[in-house]
Design a binder for this molecule. Structure first.
Ligand SMILES: Nc1ncnc2c1ncn2[C@@H]1O[C@H](COP(=O)(O)OP(=O)(O)OP(=O)(O)O)[C@@H](O)[C@H]1O
Length: 661
């Protein structure tokens, strides 16, 4: 094998046979690697390269013990290695420190093997070894850089991990902590995060960390005009690396030169922060105590750190925008709710003005219809049980219309004798019929330019319905007994608690009139279908009657109010109003006691006489006062009557005190 190798070397070298011993000597002398021959622990040969590693001339080293050139701390280990060499190959590889002439240690790697060249060494002194010594100083530097690279990767991974899944509101805190870690790791004096502002004239300093003894950059807006070259550089997406300030600054950076001089900045490295295709700001590293010594490799990799910050900023921005959008949505919703509330209040207030009380959904819907139709001239048909407030609503429609300056004319069709309806509505000429001595202006003429409320329209005489229909259609009619046609502009609001459709099918009501009236029907719900309105209505009536009667009621027991809400109110609001009025008459003091009519929720029930109601009320108050009639808090005072009057009534109603057992 050895011959084969030699043959191949011969071929490559183009004639190794020609190389003389002198040539080998030259080779050893010229090689940049240290070479020595050692026997019995002493140098027999040291080439110039090893002399250089040791900082000595080779001849001064000759015959010296090898161990004396090994660092004292490494000697034992090195000798041990050399002793335990492989018996087969007789070679050994170890790392150690050698000592230079000036006493400085130099890290080396040594490879030593058995040396057979009998011409150079006398084997009677034991085996000789040849050693190759490699200076590891450069290698150490490479290792240091590799270690630095590794640490940097570690820092990068840590930074990224810190920001992953971090809620938007914690990002700022983490940026502060990360700037501190960066300064500690990279050894600069101050790290600052700059964000772009909405306006072109400022950037925003959002975070800054400085080592003790150096000032952090003041947080807040910073005018671009103070460092125009520097800011525009990184805002254009370029890295800024000025290792030696002012020498490395371009001529146009005059403001920067001045600023750095004033603030003692020796070097500056800035990376732009870009994420999502957007430039968000810059991350700057300032050197104040020393100049920047970072290897270019670190500077290149700062961009990666910039990316971590940029992504965090982007996420914070996105979350802030989202949060803002949510807040705006909530604000708009609240505003809408408030406007709704306000609108409702407006409606109620407006109608309270027209004495309509209520905030239930049912009445709110009715009021909304009233609002909607009021400003048109369309006929309105109000239907609903008696006492639900149809007339009140008719009044509201009128008051909300642009006819409000003229009074609304009311005709109760049920209360007029059929014979008088025509003249009442359409007017008459003098002598139009027997007994009509003078001419009369009808309600239609009176209502010209205003509203005519036809209450109880279901009672309108069948024979006059065609005439009514004609006025509704074209506004024309003739007074009774006159040929002259009169034209009027009248808005009709009609009301009924009758079933007009049934009347139609029984031919008591004309279908064409019905359809003409029914252009905008409004159904007014019974009070039992809007029980939420009972408390405000009760209080409204208590107030109104209290004012009239000079009484001030401060309290309605919860139980009483509940009973009012539970009751069926077949007579609707009118019945509630009457009940409150009665209770107010009977109540003394500031607490309202109401005798609730004994009826079921659906309103079908027996009606009590006033006498029965009075009896029950007196009995109840007597029970509450322990049958004490006189004095403050006595039953007479509670009922607001003289004690003698109460006693007389009790006698009349047959009320006597039950025997006490
Ligand atoms: N929402 C309300 N707020 C305040 N008062 C009301 C309300 N509804 C009705 N009232 C009062 O109840 C009473 C009856 O109302 P209104 O006469 O308008 O009812 P109606 O439906 O026209 O009755 P009818 O069918 O018997 O003519 C009136 O005193 C009215 O002021």
């Amino acid at each position: 094998m050895g011959n084969a190798k030699t043959a191949s070397l011969k071929n490559q070298a183009g004639g190794l046979d020609d190389i003389t011993r002198m040539d080998y000597q030259l080779l050893f002398d010229r090689t940049p690697v240290g070479i020595y021959v050692v026997q019995a622990g002493r140098f027999h040969y040291v080439n110039p390269a090893l002399g250089q590693i040791l900082g000595r001339l080779p001849k001064t080293v000759h015959s010296q013990p090898l161990s004396s050139f090994i660092h004292p701390d490494d000697r034992v280990v090195a000798e041990d290695c050399r002793r335990r060499r492989d018996r087969e190959t007789w070679s050994i590889r170890f790392q150690t420190r050698m000592i230079q002439a000036d006493g400085k240690p130099v890290a080396v790697e040594v490879v030593e093997s058995l040396f057979n060249d009998g011409s150079r060494v006398d084997h009677s002194d034991g085996p000789a070894f040849v050693g190759v010594v490699i200076d590891m100083t450069d290698r150490g530097q490479a290792d240091k850089e590799a270690r630095q690279r590794l640490n940097f990767e570690q820092l990068l991974a840590n930074l990224s991990a810190r920001f992953v899944n971090l809620p938007g509101d914690q990002i700022d805190g983490q940026i502060d902590a990360s700037l501190k870690s960066l300064v500690e790791f990279l050894g600069n004096d101050r790290s600052t995060l700059v964000e772009v502002e909405g306006d072109d004239e400022h950037v925003m300093i959002t975070h800054s960390f400085a080592v003790p003894g150096c000032q952090p950059f003041p947080i807040g807006p910073f005018p671009v005009a103070r460092l125009p070259w520097f800011i525009n550089e990184f805002l254009s997406g370029r890295d800024v690396f000025v290792r030696v300030i002012p020498d490395d600054l371009p001529p146009e950076a005059t403001d920067e030169r001045k600023y750095c001089r004033e603030h003692g900045i020796q070097s500056n490295v800035t990376v732009p922060l870009k994420a999502g295709g957007e430039l968000l700001g810059g991350l700057t590293f300032a050197f104040i105590r020393n100049q920047c010594e970072w290897p270019s490799e670190i500077i290149v990799r700062l961009g990666l750190i910039g990316e971590v910050f940029a992504n965090a900023l982007l996420r914070r921005r996105t979350e802030q925008a989202l949060q803002k959008a949510i807040e705006e949505k909530n604000r708009l919703r609240r505003q809408l709710e408030q406007e709704n509330l306000y609108l409702r209040e407006q409606v109620i207030l407006k109608h309270q003005h027209g004495r309509i009380v209520g905030h239930s959904d049912a009445i709110t819907r009715v009021l909304a219809d009233v609002e909607r139709v009021a400003t048109t001239d369309a006929p309105v048909l109000l239907t609903g049980e008696t006492g639900t407030g149809k007339e009140l609503l008719a009044q509201s429609i009128h008051e909300l219309s642009n006819r409000k300056d003229r009074p609304m004319i009311v005709v109760n069709c049920a209360s007029l004798p059929a014979t008088l309806v025509e003249s009442e509505l359409f007017g008459r000429t003098a002598g139009a019929y027997t007994g009509a001595a003078s001419a009369q202006v009808g309600r239609f003429e009176l209502a010209d330019g205003s509203t005519l409320f036809l209450d109880e329209i279901g009672e309108f005489p069948l024979e006059l319905q065609a005439k009514l229909l004609r006025v509704l259609q074209d506004g024309h009619f003739e007074r009774l007994g006159a040929a002259k046609t009169i034209s009027v502009d009248v808005r009709i609001v009609a009301a009924t608690n009758r079933d007009l459709e049934a009347a139609m099918s029984e031919n008591r009501f004309r279908a064409d009139l019905y359809h003409r009236l029914n252009v905008f029907p409004i159904r007014v719900p019974p009070l039992r279908d809007r029980r939420d309105d009972i408390p405000p209505l009760t209080w409204a009536f208590v107030e109104a009657f209290g004012r009239r009667m000079g009484k001030s009621i401060q309290c309605i027991p919860r139980k009483t109010m509940q009973q009012l809400q539970d009751y069926g109110w077949p007579g609707n609001v009118r019945e509630l109003s009457n009940t409150i009025e009665r209770a107010m008459i009977l109540t003394g003091g500031d607490t309202l006691h109401i005798e609730i009519p004994a009826m079921s929720r659906d309103g079908s029930a027996s009606h009590k006489t006033l006498k029965e109601v009075e009896r029950e009320q007196i009995l109840r108050v007597l029970a509450e006062t322990g049958w004490r009639i006189r004095g403050t808090g006595g039953a007479a005072a509670r009922l607001d009557v003289k004690p003698t009057t109460l006693e007389a009534r009790m006698a009349r109603l047959g009320i006597t005190r039950p025997n006490r057992s």
